[in-house]
Design a protein around this ligand. Structure first.
Ligand code: PLP
Length: 358
């Protein structure tokens, strides 16, 4: 079964932004998709309407108790003028895992995918074409139940908005650079049993205090340590983290506190296919420091939809820098970036069957 969504076109299309200065989340497209949920009726009345403010009762549950979730993915324009989505089925599955944790009703995966395709097609002329740019897709669900009872709502809105986004590596004209990352040993992001594996706003609100600290220390992002012992590395800002020590590529296991990234899964699968040894195991910050001192720490990088692959050049830990690969981009990070980003943008053949073309 495929789903259709009636379209009300805007009478006031906006001018397209300058592609050399897009930023992240500044330039939203002309339309958005909205769908409602009511208990007994399920998800219904999906429709595409002009982009604009939504009206919410000030007592809506989401504004007080944060019962919400979101997803994040990108659409790219290929040199042949086709639109590529990267593994959108993974986002659909993650949406339902988050929904389950947040007591938000599940959504048929096909309904989610058809909704994403429909809104991207309507605003296809917004997909930027300069290297590193993309159309960012932000699906989210909010509970608009009017109640102060702390219990799951029976009414929700599902919304998809789109924005043209710039290259993550703006300062290097789209080329990779080794970033400075702050190792946070005071605040925590998520504990096992909490909502770390789910994509919910509260995880990010609670992390802002540490991000502020990282920025004050000249770092771009935070490397989170585990909540229990503040010892084992978990993830970096809005990305998963990988460390290559003695030819072994190590990333934190999905134990409940880490977001299962689509790019993380893709990186593990590709590296194993290329013959690398990849371990999903706990790794302490002390072991990373030791490997840096004895010369066995080869590379580190972060993976995520926004950056694809972001090499880590320095880890600021307890006031000192752990230098990785002389602060430069390593060969494995570069090879992964070229392959994944090439596949996403249609310049490298998709031999994994991961691209969904519209
Ligand atoms: C906390 C966190 N970890 C990891 C990721 C990377 O996930 P993905 O590769 O699906 O973008 C994200 C971004 O969605 C994130 O917010």
């Amino acid at each position: 079964m495929s789903y259709e969504f009636p379209v009300t076109r805007t009478q006031h299309p906006k001018p397209k932004p300058d592609q050399s200065n897009l930023g992240f989340g500044k330039y939203f497209t002309d339309h958005m998709l909205i769908m409602d949920y009511d208990a007994g009726q399920g998800w219904h009345d999906g429709r595409i309407v002009p982009y604009g403010p939504i009206s919410l009762d000030p007592a809506s549950c989401v504004l007080h108790y944060a019962q919400m979730m979101f997803e994040g993915m990108k659409a790219y324009l290929t040199p042949q003028g086709k639109i590529n989505l990267f593994r959108p089925d993974m986002n659909a599955k993650r949406l339902n895992r988050t929904n389950e944790r947040m007591c938000i009703p599940p959504m048929d995966e096909e309904l989610f995918l058809d909704a994403v395709k429909a809104i991207v097609k309507v605003d296809a002329d917004w997909i930027p074409t300069q290297p590193g740019t993309a159309l960012y897709i932000r699906p989210y669900i909010i509970s608009d139940e009017v109640s102060f009872s702390v219990e799951p709502a029976e009414h929700y809105h599902f919304i998809i908005i789109l924005c043209a986004v710039g290259a993550y590596y703006d300062i290097n004209r789209g080329g990779l650079t080794g970033s400075h990352i702050y190792v946070e040993d005071e605040y925590i992001r998520a504990a096992v049993g909490g909502t770390g594996f789910a994509k919910v706003g509260g995880n990010y609100a609670g992390g802002m205090r540490a991000t502020k600290k990282a920025l004050e220390n000249g770092c771009k992002e935070v490397l989170w340590l585990d909540a229990h012992e503040h010892k084992y590395v978990e993830e970096v800002g809005t990305s998963n983290a990988f460390f290559m020590i003695n030819d072994e590529v190590i990333t934190a296991p999905l134990g409940g506190s880490i977001l299962p990234g689509v790019t993380r899964d893709s990186t593990i699968t590709i590296l194993r296919k290329w013959g690398y040894q990849v371990s999903e195991r706990r790794l302490s910050i002390e072991d990373i420091e030791k490997a840096s001192k004895d010369g066995t720490l080869q590379e580190a990088w972060a993976t995520g939809t926004a950056c694809v692959i972001s090499p880590i050049g320095y880890l600021r830990y307890k006031g000192e820098d752990i230098v990785i690969n002389g602060g430069d981009v390593g060969p494995v990070s570069q090879k992964l970036y070229d392959y994944i980003y090439g596949m996403q943008t249609g310049v490298v053949e998709d031999d994994m069957g991961w691209i969904v073309q519209l």
